[in-house]
Design a protein around this ligand. Sequence first.
Ligand SMILES: *Cc1c(COP(=O)(O)O)cnc(C)c1O
Length: 495
Amino acid sequence: MPRSEAASPNSLDPQDWSSVRALGHRMLDDMFDYLEHIRERPVWQSMPGAVRASFRDPLPLGPSELNAVYREFLRNVLPYSNGNVHPAFMGWVQGGGSAVGMLAEMLAAGLNANLGGRDHAGIEVERQIVHWMRRLFGFPAAASGLFVTGTSMANLIAVLVARDVALGFKIRRSGISACVPKLKAYASMASHVSLRRALDFCGLGSDTLRLVPVNSQHRINLAALRHMIDADRNAGYSPFLLVGTAGTVDTGAIDDLDGLAVIASEAGMWLHVDGAYGALGILAPAIAPRLAGIQAADSLAFDFHKWGQVPYEAGFVLVRDGELHRQAFASPAAYLEREARGLAAGSPWPCDFGPDLSRGFRALKTWFTLKAYGLQALGESIARTCELAHYLEQRIAESSELELLAPVSLNIVCFRFRCQNPDRVNARLVVDLQESGVAAPSTTRINGELAIRAAIVNHRTARSDIDALINATLATGRTLAASREDPELEAIYRD
Ligand SMILES: *Cc1c(COP(=O)(O)O)cnc(C)c1O
């Protein structure tokens, strides 16, 4: 029945909806302008001291005009954001977001949906994406799926399920100390640090993870892996988990997932794939065949917020045997009783598959993104980032002042400016580039040597951004190499 009574006098709803409405429309327009004209801004700028100091203001006891708070946002927050929306942002591995995702976030916040469970449309939206991802990655109908913050959390969930399967679900009560576990896990030396952390968080300790050497393509060395597994078995350890990486964070290498699936099956190990950014390469016809074997994984972690361009955050985990996944997390509680009808229907709930009870509606921005763009366009934007990486590779090859430090497998290019003391000069060069606002690559180490790392993830990035990166790298590199009189640079050259 519609209600006609007046609003609660203590409600936080506006007294005057028309002014909030007008301001809200302006905010929306401002953010559209921000996205439309993002190229006119520096990629990133350091926050001035006075602005930083404004974030040390005391707790606000009384109210402020919403307009004033918004002006403060425009002045102190918006200009000093991370920069990953900008087409010239190439640091780390970060997605660019989209107008569609932004709107969906607003709708989700309006609904204020809690996706922990219960029977409502949000749960169906998330289930639809679970279903779609099963299909996309060739997982069976019994596979479960869950939105999480990011692949770090998705990796942790997968490691926990694998641990519980290896040691028995009883350890959820008894703890692992009773088992004196001698478990060992394996991933390549190029695997992400989140795996080591996951083993730490789940009580097995990060030393449980064996880092397997990689070949010249930065892919896991299968012969070395077999050798390590055999040696560990002979030493009395139980190999329980094998992790393949689909798109390493340093160079974009994709492990031989088919080969890993064979080894995992022979050794009776859980196969997990960390496909944080690379798994969605399955949407690009040129990349998909290189992911062969992904369908054989026991679990798969990936992010919609990287190559999928969904706004932060939208990590995802798929587990082949959904029942094992549920058994690793479900915990009965009187206040979470399930029913056949009513709001408490529809068990199992997302909270039965992960550590969170209250959960936001990450599924909605993903649902909007997948539907509004379609898989084909998303795949094309992924393919284009790889083409741009090869264009960058070619520009590097054409310059005698630059050198490539790792093969370009997907969308990540590791290179450096040739000079004396290359580590120090290139580290400084990257900071200078970031501070210039022209381009924002980051750094990593390849075989111990510091590399400028350009990860092209953003759908907005164009050839002109690659050209700008090259030109700025050469100009900055030459300046750094030439100006040894500068006392600050002197320090760089004094080894
Ligand atoms: C980004 C990344 C992660 C971590 O994912 P988050 O979403 O940042 O938690 C893990 N593994 C790989 C290979 C990555 O690229």
